[in-house]
Design a protein around this ligand. Structure first.
Ligand SMILES: C[S@@+](CC[C@H](N)C(=O)[O-])C[C@H]1O[C@@H](n2cnc3c(N)ncnc32)[C@H](O)[C@@H]1O
Length: 357
């Protein structure tokens, strides 16, 4: 029989880390509130101010703002002058917390933490019974996702993402057929439609809510070269129709990603190109030990990407399906050439440039 002895130093270090985690988790929720209420945006414009001045400037209740400021001061976001009872958001912090700082607004991503919390009860049920929590249970998902990809995809489209594919911009200028599968609120493809009037754009998503947002925006812009359709990506039945197909963060949470990839291969012209932006990770947890946001992505997977797929009776690949699995599935779908590219602004994703020939 072996006797287990407790390494006291290791135990105390872990207890300290647990306290850090509690503080960081709490600050993440308060960061989301600061983003959603506009507190960060307004504070970035204000000199050192009292809680009442800040609350008045944003149009919020002072008591709540003061308690929020307590979290922000003790969390090291906001500077406090106890003698004058003022609060100040330094420029160096505002640079990652305001809408004006986009695409560097990290506060927008903090919204995922409370968003996931809204389905905790249902997820715990799934731990016992299996199954999943459907997309429809995530009330603010499309809004938060649009802000997320607004920074990682839309802002980088012209200068970084499209140039990854040689001669694509020239082809878009001349006029080609483009499809965005799982387009969400359609911001990326709408931007392309605006930028390249000679090309024709189609966006599919199975969310009526997301497609309605996309259609409203297109009507507002008066664009005639783009159409959106509520469509399950597993029912793609077009043949060699598109010169360029893109999926932005839209394969790993599919119920039937294998069927979707085969549909994309079929819908692509023989000389066409498929761009799959998807999470950069290993398919094996042991390969993700140094992943900069491994815990965050496995959590988002468990509480969103994996579960929405399982809810539809799907494969439940999960956010961290990884490069090895992605390459295997692309080959199985009939693609013969895959290049993996990475972009400095987006450490979270790989850009798979995929062809049939
Ligand atoms: C992570 S979001 C990405 C959305 C968008 N591409 C973006 O970057 O903002 C995944 C999208 O895939 C859509 N989706 C998931 N399963 C789908 C399916 N079977 N058919 C069509 N769309 C689907 C979801 O509604 C969601 O909009």
């Amino acid at each position: 029989m072996t006797t287990l002895t407790l390494d006291q130093t290791k135990a105390e270090a872990f207890a300290g880390r647990m306290l850090d985690i509690l503080n960081s988790g709490a600050i993440a929720v308060m960061t989301s509130i600061g983003h959603r209420t506009g507190l960060f945006d307004t504070m970035a414009e204000l000199p050192p101010s009292t809680s009442q001045q800040i609350a008045d400037a944003v149009g919020l209740n002072e008591r709540y703002v003061r308690e929020w400021l307590g979290a922000m001061v003790t969390g090291g976001f906001v500077e406090h002058n106890p003698a004058k009872n003022t609060y100040y958001l330094p420029l160096e912090h505002a640079a990652f917390l305001t809408r004006a700082s986009s695409p560097d607004n990290i506060a927008a991503f903090s919204q995922y933490i409370p968003l996931l919390g809204t389905v905790e009860d249902q997820i715990i049920d799934c731990f016992y019974k299996g199954g999943g929590v459907p997309y429809s249970a995530f009330k603010r998902f499309h809004e938060v996702m649009a802000e997320d990809s607004g920074q990682t995809v839309v802002a980088a489209l012209n200068n970084h993402i499209l140039p990854l594919i040689p001669r694509l911009i020239e082809a878009l200028e001349e006029g080609i057929n483009v499809l965005d599968v799982g387009c969400g609120s359609g911001r990326a493809i709408t931007k392309m439609a605006k930028e390249f009037p000679n090309s024709r754009f189609t966006g599919y998503d199975f969310s009526e809510e997301a497609i309605a947002i996309a259609q409203t925006e297109v009507q507002h812009l008066g664009l005639a070269n783009i159409r959106f359709q509520v469509k399950d990506a597993a029912t793609l039945d077009e043949v060699e129709k598109y010169d360029f197909i893109a999926t932005f963060d839209a394969i790993h949470d599919q119920a039937k990603p294998d069927v979707v990839l085969r549909g994309i291969a079929q819908a692509l012209r023989p000389d066409g190109v498929y761009l799959m932006q998807d999470i950069r990770a290993s398919s094996y947890v042991g390969g993700n030990l140094n992943h900069p946001i491994g815990p965050l992505l496995y959590t988002i997977s468990c509480m969103h990407c994996m579960t929405v797929s399982l809810a539809a009776g799907g494969m439940g690949l999960g956010t961290m399906w990884g490069q090895e699995k992605a390459l295997e599935m692309l080959e199985d779908a009939g693609f013969t050439s895959v290049e993996i590219k990475q972009l400095a602004h987006d450490f979270q994703n790989n850009y798979y440039i995929v062809r049939k020939n």
